[in-house]
Design a protein around this ligand. Structure first.
Ligand SMILES: *Cc1c(COP(=O)(O)O)cnc(C)c1O
Length: 362
């Protein structure tokens, strides 16, 4: 038996989520965000499901160049732009677009002598205060970029700090509108939360990430309620079953003690696989398709589940850590994090496979 832990990636789910993006933002072009190796789903694996996107956005230059080498013809955007002037010739030669968020990047473009024009996305800081030009600077920056012979402006863009909260978009939207007044370039404002709220947010482009993978961008709204389907199911099996007498414990630090006789299943999945070590007792798991709860501390290669109420569970039983039947967002809430982090953290040692929809959601 090979180690039974596997991350199953469901291309039909990804396609359905892209279609859902189109429903939310029918007027917009879709820049599918595939940074961090497609949020942990493996970029090459998910690409066939993203056929319907109009472009791809990421931050890793090597990955972008790899896509071009493999014949990807759509716009590719580096979301943090270039980190060093030495990257510019490669970026230009690859026909890769780059964000310009700071004066030092503007200076790099001013001084570059490029063999081929480079497409740029001008980033506006509308209150996130990480990257971007102040709204009042945007006209000047665009004027300068528009005059540079090696540069072509593709969009004026921004990224919201609180697109997932009610009432928190008006001020940044107003700042962005003021920054863009009189500028004719297409605008790009919406991440997943903004895409769901496209009617308010607008823009010629949207930049959905997490929703493509079927997890929610909102704290209080499930992915299912947004019409999204989980793209990854992290699946394993029980590799041992223990019978505990009342008062006996399981795992490091004896963090779970049975109050009554208990059956405990040991799952081949631990924090070295990307499962969060800080997931407490009671974090949801599916065993034989039924809800169970973790018991005790997550260790490097294993975790334990309480098999109460699942008498059919035994060595070899199917376990879903998250995915079909158990939203990653629920596990994330239990572990005090977000689905984004769990998906991105799936470790290199985990085997991946592409599945048909029926297998992932059986
Ligand atoms: C990551 C990222 C996105 C996608 O955000 P989601 O919340 O995953 O949809 C969009 N725009 C920018 C600039 C990003 O860095």
């Amino acid at each position: 038996m090979t180690r039974p832990l596997v991350a199953q990636v469901d291309l039909a789910a990804l396609k359905a989520n892209v279609a859902r993006v189109r429903q939310y933002a029918p007027a917009a072009k879709v820049m599918a965000v595939v940074k961090a190796n497609a949020y942990g789903h493996h970029l090459e694996r998910v690409l066939p499901a993203l056929d319907d996107a109009d472009g791809l956005a990421l931050l890793e230059l090597d990955a972008a160049l790899g896509l071009r080498r493999r014949g990807e013809a759509r716009p590719l955007v580096l979301l943090e732009g270039c980190f060093d002037a030495r990257e510019l010739p490669e970026v230009a030669a690859g026909g890769i677009d780059t964000v310009v968020h700071s004066p030092w990047q503007l200076a790099m473009l001013r001084e570059a002598r490029l063999a081929r024009r480079i497409g740029v996305h001008v980033k506006v800081n509308t209150g996130m205060n990480r990257l971007g030009f102040a709204p009042a600077e945007v006209h000047g920056v665009c004027d300068e970029l528009a005059k540079l012979p090696g540069v072509e402006i593709r969009t004026v863009m921004t990224h919201f700090a609180r697109a997932d909260e009610d009432g928190a978009l008006e001020a940044p939207l107003a700042r962005f509108a003021a920054a863009c007044r009189g500028l004719a370039w297409p605008r790009s404002l919406a991440n997943s939360a903004g895409t769901v709220r496209y009617a308010e947010v607008g823009g010629e482009w949207v930049r959905p990430g997490i929703m493509l993978y079927g997890a929610t961008p909102f704290a209080g709204r499930s992915a299912a309620s947004l019409g999204l389907v989980p793209a990854m199911t992290l699946r394993s099996r029980l590799i041992a079953v223990q019978s505990l007498a009342a008062g006996e414990s399981v795992g490091y630090g004896a963090m779970f003690t049975a109050r009554a006789p208990a059956r405990i299943g040991i799952v081949a999945c631990g924090y070295a696989d990307g499962y969060p070590r800080h997931a407490p007792n009671g974090t949801p798991v599916l065993v034989c398709g039924r809800r169970a709860r973790t018991a005790g501390r997550v260790s490097m290669d294993m975790l334990a589940v309480d098999l109460a109420g699942i008498p059919e569970a035994d060595v070899g039983s199917d376990v879903v850590l998250w995915g079909g039947g158990l939203p990653v967002d629920e596990v994330a809430v239990a572990a005090g994090t977000v689905g984004y982090e769990l998906l991105c953290a799936v470790a290199p040692r985990v085997a991946f496979e592409t599945v048909a929809a029926a297998a992932a959601h059986a």
